[in-house]
Ligand binder design. Structure first.
Ligand code: PHE
Ligand code: CO
Length: 288
């Protein structure tokens, strides 16, 4: 029943937002958050970009339950001008970009059931809040997210959404970054997943390749399993610089080039780790 309250589209506004209804979470739902939170904080300590954990603290996200968006927004608003708005699920592209361009992050407010602790096909509030919100407190990353939203509104009219979506996927969701302490996670899709955190950083199977804008925009991705390739940025400022130019001529140039399969390594790649590909080969054999 509570899951439904937090996915209810009845009171949905024209920008797809709803009320979080924080008071109606059950103790079980708060306990699910607490379990996920505790496990992920422990795992991420030496695996996530340090500013992520600092900001988890800064937002006073605690292990005792699902954060109240009103409280998060007090802190976020003062720091970077971002806010979290509740939505029942995925929102249409145009609306998603419109929110980001205005420094609003659309977040689900339902939480997975205890049976879905390890895997869920769609984002819930643990992914959206724990995975995405800490970096909205980082001034550079906060700007990147807004620029991405503006870029999305522009790309829609240029038929380039597929390319721009790949950029989001391989940075905001599944990005890795170098730090003085070694390779770290910053993508929310990794940071909210126990299995993928370990896979992305430590498993010999996936490729780890230095981020290159055009390369990323040409690369397919998996939505149903761990990634076959992760792209590594030197830091947020560098990501920001790489994405600053007008993409219009880049989109046009890429139309002449073929797409690259998710697991392929190409001649021009700066390869940090050449993946064995074993994980996905075994999976295919198992399901064939
Ligand atoms: N520079 C991009 C454009 O011209 C906009 C953008 C910035 C997209 C940052 C993504 C991230 O479309
Ligand atoms: Co996400």
């Amino acid at each position: 029943m509570p899951v439904e309250i937090h996915r209810d589209t009845a009171g949905q506004r024209s920008d797809y937002t709803i009320e979080q209804n924080w008071d109606s979470y059950t103790p079980e739902e708060h306990a699910t958050w607490a379990k996920l939170f505790e496990r992920q904080v422990r795992l991420l300590k030496d695996r996530v970009v340090p500013v992520f954990m600092d900001n988890v603290d800064g937002l006073a996200m605690a292990g005792d339950g699902i954060p109240d968006f009103r409280r998060l927004n007090d802190i976020l608003g003062k720091a970077t001008g971002w806010s979290v708005v509740a939505v029942p699920g995925l929102v249409p592209d145009a609306s998603f970009f419109e929110h980001l361009a205005n420094r609003r992050f659309p977040s689900t407010c339902f939480i997975r059931t205890p049976e879905q602790l390890d895997y869920l096909e769609e984002p819930d509030c643990f992914h959206d809040v724990f995975g995405h919100v800490p970096l909205l407190l980082d001034p550079v990353f906060a700007d990147y997210m807004q620029e991405y939203g503006k870029g999305g509104l522009k790309a829609e009219g240029q038929g380039a959404l597929r390319r721009l979506a790949r950029l989001y996927w391989y940075t905001v969701e599944f990005g890795l970054t170098r730090t003085s302490q070694g390779l770290r996670v910053y993508g929310a899709g990794i940071a909210s997943s126990t299995g993928e955190t370990v896979f992305a950083l430590d498993d010999p199977s996936p490729n780890r390749i230095a981020f290159d804008l055009e390369r990323v925009m040409r690369t397919d991705y998996r939505i149903d399993d761990y990634q076959e390739t992760y792209f590594v940025i030197p830091g947020f400022a560098s990501l920001m610089r790489a994405t600053e130019p007008d993409f219009t001529p880049i989109y046009a140039a890429l139309d002449e080039l073929p797409d690259i399969a998710a697991g392929t390594v190409t001649d021009g790649d700066h390869v940090l780790h050449f993946g064995t590909g074993r994980y996905h080969r075994d999976r295919h054999r198992a399901t064939a």
